[in-house]
Design a protein around this ligand. Structure first.
Ligand code: UDP
Length: 327
């Protein structure tokens, strides 16, 4: 079996590559290395079953030959994070929408057997219902959420119109080793681990009672492989942990001082996936508890030694366009 992972040098992609190699696949990584890092592949870079192609999904001419002979395609390449998406919507559209269109066209031309798309639970915006089922209203709050959802719509349309054997997974707050340690202000784990290792207070948004469906990355890699093994076509399924954890609970596990930040516009108090569909259709459920997952992150805290250490002032500057446009 040959699997192609776009965004394979990224956080989630690298864990998926590792799981596929363990399952005996040959793995082709397609990554432009703009936010992905070759270091993410270090643990298994020596494998002769792995090849890395530094190709941008926006470049269809270079992309298509990478799909030759491929069985399974996992499309995880894309731009993440909220603030840069507000500031550079065109780049987000190109990477997440045009890039997905190119992946679908390359997959169609080369006759691949399965394609699984990494969609985002941010499509639900501020949901009316918890746990949130796939049938909930789609209400993206910022360009990242919109462009990831547009990518999903393309996947659904290619499944319907061209019978491309494709489906989508809507991922909820993924965390784990190899999550980003540099660049724009972003996901809470990286922010907090850099603060902890530098003895600085945790910057807690609001009173910390808000909660997230934190899902451990190896469980997500497993969900992708399970989805590829199925014959579901043209469906989008939630991938979540089965629970939701407050920021205050995360602080208890990490241990340390706190300082407070104002609440941010457009942010839900809770994210919590209804996982009934994926449990029924794929017999998948998350295995790693929050306590275990946080323990694994703490073992790797040295990875954040060089990471930017955010404080309320630098966060206020970094998020000014968030408040300006979403407030
Ligand atoms: N959060 C926080 N301090 C920070 C960054 C984030 O308390 O410095 C909180 C934020 O309010 C949210 C949770 O952590 O409730 C997860 O934030 P993240 O940006 O990782 O994910 P998202 O809000 O997109 O679900």
């Amino acid at each position: 079996m040959i699997s192609l992972v776009t965004g394979g040098a990224g956080f989630i992609g690298s864990h998926l590559c590792e799981a596929l190699l363990k399952a005996g696949h040959r793995v082709r990584v397609v990554d432009n290395l703009s936010t992905g890092r070759l270091e993410n592949l270090n643990d298994f870079a020596a494998s002769d079953q792995l090849s890395v192609h530094q190709v941008d999904v926006c470049d269809l001419d270079k992309l298509t030959p990478c799909f030759e002979g491929v069985d399974w395609v996992f499309h995880l390449a894309g731009l993440a994070d909220i603030v840069p998406s507000i500031e550079q919507p065109v780049g987000y559209f190109q990477a997440n929408v045009q890039g997905t269109l190119n992946v679908l066209e390359a997959a169609r031309e080369k006759g691949i057997k399965r394609l699984v798309y990494a969609a985002s639970s941010s499509c639900y915006g501020i949901p009316d219902l918890y746990p949130t089922p796939e049938s909930s209203a789609i209400q993206p709050q910022y360009p990242y959420a919109l462009t990831k959802f547009m990518g999903e719509e393309l996947v659904m349309h290619w499944a319907k119109t061209y019978q491309l054997p494709a489906m989508s997974l809507r991922l909820f707050n993924i965390y784990g080793p190899r999550s980003r340690t540099s660049g724009a202000y972003g996901a809470v784990f990286g922010v907090f681990l850099a603060q902890k290792i530098n003895g600085k207070p945790f910057t807690v948004v609001g009173d910390g009672s808000q909660s997230r469906d934190f899902t451990y990355v190896t469980d997500v890699a497993d969900a992708f492989i399970t989805a590829a093994q199925s014959d579901l076509l043209g469906v989008a399924l939630n991938v979540g942990s089965g629970a939701h954890q407050s920021i205050n609970r995360l602080l208890e596990l990490l241990g340390g001082e706190r300082t407070n930040l104002p609440k941010r516009p457009g942010e839900p108090m809770i994210t919590f996936a209804d996982t009934t569909q994926i449990e029924e259709k794929l017999q998948w459920r998350a295995k790693v508890s929050f306590e275990e997952g946080v323990g694994e992150m703490l073992k790797r805290i040295d990875d954040w030694r060089q990471a930017p250490v955010w404080n309320p002032d630098s966060i206020a500057k970094a998020t000014s366009s968030w408040f300006k446009y979403l407030g």
